[in-house]
Design a protein around this ligand. Structure first.
Ligand SMILES: *Cc1c(COP(=O)(O)O)cnc(C)c1O
Length: 230
């Protein structure tokens, strides 16, 4: 929930404190990366977060993201594309973003790799898994995730970092804690044959503490940090 009376700096501190508290409770050994989801937030908010030390930003819409990346124009930021990926947007994602987290089919894997400039670092990717199997949601079926990870790990333009999911929230009848545990288990299983994987991206404004308790190494938080979207 957004605390409207607080400043961005205060909300950020609150989020970082909560992350640290859960990590201490579970005696976590790996740090958690906070991705500030800045979709439909103004540039001024991104600049404020930057001033507070945030360096990872998440955008869903390719054109909006590219416009912001160009306007901010700093090379010490990691820009994450976190939404569903249309094949005609792969070139723009590969050209401008550092990470793509909504990768869920082989055609997208190949296009992103082909489009990545071989003179820059490979594009970091997370394979998105559809845990609740809702027809409307993107993501590869859990049983097909290992094969897609193996294919992605082979390609020169990509660096396979891990798995990502967006469980149906409790408010929509889902069971996010069960889904977080299921994604963690799948991640550990796939990591046996893909030891380069180091990222389990799960948890948003309403449930990031549960996600960290279940082993998330990356959380994607938008409205709890920036307030409601425009
Ligand atoms: C919008 C979005 C978020 C952030 O959602 P909040 O509830 O505002 O924290 C995280 N991940 C993805 C994939 C999103 O689309």
């Amino acid at each position: 929930m957004t605390d409207h009376s607080a400043t961005l700096a205060e909300r950020l501190k609150g989020i970082n404190d909560r992350i640290a508290r859960v990590q201490a409770r579970i005696e976590a050994t790996t740090p958690v990366t906070l991705v500030a989801v800045s979709k439909r937030q103004p540039l001024a908010s991104i600049r404020q977060a930057l001033a507070e030390g945030v360096r990872h930003f998440g955008e869903n819409y390719v054109q909006e993201g590219v416009d912001k990346i160009k306007a901010i124009d700093r090379d010490d930021i990691c820009w994450h594309h976190i939404g569903p990926i249309q094949s005609n947007k792969c070139a723009d994602i590969a050209a401008h973003f550092d990470w793509a987290q909504g990768v869920d089919r082989i055609k997208i894997v190949r296009r992103l790799s082909d489009a990545r400039d071989p003179d820059v670092a490979p594009l970091n990717i997370c394979i998105q898994v559809n845990l609740s199997r809702e027809a409307s949601k993107s993501g590869v079926a859990p049983e097909a995730a290992a094969e897609l990870c193996a294919a992605a790990a082979e390609l020169p333009g990509l660096r396979l970092r891990g798995l990502m999911a967006i469980p149906a929230p409790a408010s929509a009848g889902g069971d996010p804690r069960r889904d977080f545990d299921a994604l963690r288990a799948l991640y550990e299983q796939i990591r046996v044959s893909a030891p380069g994987m180091d990222t389990l991206s799960m948890g948003m404004s309403d449930d990031y503490e549960h996600a960290i308790a279940a082993g998330a190494t990356m959380v994607r938080v938008g409205s709890a940090l920036f307030g409601p979207r425009q």
